[in-house]
Ligand binder design. Structure first.
Ligand code: ADP
Ligand code: ASP
Ligand code: MG
Length: 412
């Protein structure tokens, strides 16, 4: 029988009523003749609560135990979903990551999927089971410890299962009815896209649009998984939602197709470091070792052999970054006069594959922000995106102004 993967996010399984509603959707696909692999997230808010408890014990926790704790939310929903399906007379059972076993690297809290053997679940399908409910976001390391795939990781579990089982499609059910030109919570003018290219979705996701985890888009692109985002709260047709697909399948598109934002950024500046060969390595090596995800980097003009070095990272990593840099200074590996952290910044980005062939996008972006009186602190560009770091208090305004300026409320 053909296989379908259906993933339900946190708000879609937030309580028993919603689990029932999701299970009904699964029942519809089973009735059509699909064997279904359901991937579930933890109930809305549960993972945050679990993370909070770990943080309360110590900010320098054992990552293996962190994963043991935060993965547990998904175990509950997997069992509850299987029970609900059984109540509907749909033969179903739950699987935790290690039972599959979904094998990952040992990079706790950010593990990568290495292998998903299909024999265990397929054996059950051939015995008459119609739905395998799998706990998302988790796996098992070569050492036999529980791992997690990073926040939002159930999307990645879903796409990886779709690839491993050669599923006809991977449907991501969430609390919005598709991928929009920007977060519909920021502007009512956001427009739902019928289709979006893998490359654009990849950029939007990595720049903060949390509707899909970045890695899930990467996998879908690599294994050509038919990936759809749709609402778990509305009646669905086969063409509902947004299809994430190859660029060639999209006829018309705007130059800029989406605006993404990332709220919790920080900008750090090392004031007056010696401008000598190896200085970047001496600064960013220890940051990388400390697990700091450095994003944008700017080195200012050098004066009398000294320069300022500015970089951005998630605001939650500032303490770790400061510690790593001060320790490097104590060791004598680097020397700076001051270390300034600005923890009130956000990143706003414009994304579009049309930028490859059209110039002037950056100029329009800067003009728009300037007209709103928004100061740009750092700029970064790539082939299909432009990102700016600005004061966090202007983030919503910047997203709305850019959405207007690039005419995103209207299709091309
Ligand atoms: P789930 O719990 O189902 O995984 P998430 O909260 O992770 O859901 O992702 C869905 C949310 O992503 C939406 O509620 C929306 O606020 C946000 N979002 C951000 N950018 C976009 C976008 N471009 N299109 C749609 N949703 C977006
Ligand atoms: N529950 C996890 C999280 O909140 C994984 C997921 O929902 O995708 O990050
Ligand atoms: Mg999510």
């Amino acid at each position: 029988m053909p296989i379908l993967v259906m993933k339900f996010g946190g708000t879609s399984v937030a309580n028993i009523d919603r689990i029932r509603r999701a299970a009904k959707r699964v029942g519809v696909e089973v009735a059509k003749g699909y064997d279904v692999i359901v991937i579930v997230s933890a109930m809305a808010g549960r993972t945050n609560e679990l993370v909070g408890w770990v943080d309360e014990i110590s900010p320098f926790y054992d990552a293996r135990e962190y994963d043991a704790v935060v993965s547990s939310g998904e175990n509950i929903t997997a069992g509850l979903m299987a029970l609900t399906l059984q109540e509907m007379d749909v033969p179903a059972r739950s699987w935790q990551g290690w039972q599959v076993p979904l094998k990952t690297t040992s990079a706790h809290s950010a593990a990568r999927i290495e292998e998903i053997p299909t024999d265990n679940i397929n054996a059950k399908f051939s015995e008459g089971m119609r739905v395998a409910v799998v706990a998302g976001f988790q796996g098992v390391s070569p050492e036999g410890r529980i791992t997690t795939l990073g926040r939002g990781g159930s999307d990645t579990t879903a796409v990886a299962f779709a690839a491993a089982f050669d599923a006809e499609r991977c449907d991501i059910y969430t609390d919005v009815d598709g991928v929009y030109t920007t977060d519909p919570r920021i502007t009512a003018k956001a427009r739902k896209l019928d289709k979006i290219a893998f490359e654009e979705m990849l950029e939007l996701a990595s720049l903060g649009a949390k509707v899909l985890q970045t890695r899930s888009v990467e996998l879908a692109m690599r294994y050509n998984v038919k990936l759809r985002v749709l609402s778990s709260f509305e009646e669905q047709s086969d063409t509902a939602g947004t299809l994430v697909c190859a660029e060639e399948e999209i006829m018309e598109s705007n130059v800029v197709n989406g605006i993404a934002y990332s709220r919790d950024e920080a900008k750090m500046t090392l004031v007056s470091v010696a401008d000598r060969p190896g200085i970047a390595a001496a600064i960013f090596g220890p940051l990388s070792d400390a697990g700091v995800n450095v994003d944008m980097i700017v080195q200012n003009i050098s004066e009398e052999g000294r320069t300022d070095m500015t970089f951005s990272c998630p605001v939650g990593q500032v303490t770790r970054a400061e510690k790593a840099l001060r320790e490097a200074k104590t060791r004598g590996d680097i020397n700076f006069h001051d270390l300034i952290a600005d923890t009130e910044v956000a990143k706003v980005s414009a994304v579009g594959i049309g930028m490859r062939s059209q110039s002037g996008v950056a100029a329009r972006m800067f003009k728009t922000l300037s007209a709103e009186g928004i100061n740009i602190k750092v700029i970064a560009t790539s082939e299909i995106k432009i990102s700016v770091l600005i004061d966090r208090k202007y983030m919503e305004l910047a997203v709305q102004a850019l959405h207007d300026a690039f005419g995103l409320e209207k299709a091309a």
